[in-house]
Design a protein around this ligand. Structure first.
Ligand SMILES: [Fe+2]
Ligand SMILES: [Fe+2]
Length: 179
């Protein structure tokens, strides 16, 4: 097998990005749960689990290439600000942060896929391309949630929660990418 040091490095950068995303989304989930925003709490939890599966996919490839997995986030997460000694859960802002994270990940993985292709590592290239598709779905989901929230405000979130209580929509209304 050709020397795959470059791919291993890129795959680990992917792992770092995914870890950061998992931590960020779990942090948001805790706050949504705490405030009773069930719909968004479930959404963030479900996407965080998908991102965790991405760590698994990237790690499999790293180990196959005889590298080791570096379990470290790219950078620290964004914490919510405090106002009058209370944490300010700005829903629009949180959804924007999430959509931006996904969009940055898409850019990053497009670049990594290109670099893996240049190195002749088609499998790692395909892995990044597969992840790009899923991250774009995530971005779309957060954008739609943000738009709906802007249009309908808290009424929209209340309706989502009521729908779920009635059993119409147990997994959240959005498909956030299954693989
Ligand atoms: Fe991901
Ligand atoms: Fe994502």
């Amino acid at each position: 097998m050709a020397n795959r040091e470059k791919s291993i490095k890129l795959l680990n950068k992917g792992v770092a990005k995914e870890i950061e995303t998992v931590l960020q989304y779990l942090y948001f989930q805790f706050h949504f749960e705490d405030k009773g925003y069930t719909h968004l709490a479930k959404l963030f939890k479900s996407v965080a689990i998908k991102e965790m599966m991405h760590i698994d996919m990237l790690s499999d490839r790293i180990l196959f290439l005889k590298g080791d997995v570096i379990m470290k986030p790219v950078s620290d997460i964004v914490y919510l600000e405090k106002k009058d000694n209370k944490i300010d859960l700005d829903i629009k802002k949180v959804l924007q942060i999430a959509a931006d994270m996904e969009s940055k990940t898409v850019d990053l993985y497009n670049d990594f896929a290109k670099q893996c292709g240049e190195e002749g590592d088609a499998t790692s290239k395909r892995l990044f391309e597969k992840l790009i598709e899923i991250e774009e779905e995530h971005q779309d989901t957060f954008d739609i949630e943000g738009d709906n929230y802007e249009k309908f405000g808290d009424t929209y979130l209340a309706l989502q929660t009521i729908q779920r209580v009635q059993g119409n929509d147990e997994d959240g209304h959005t498909d956030v990418g299954m693989s």
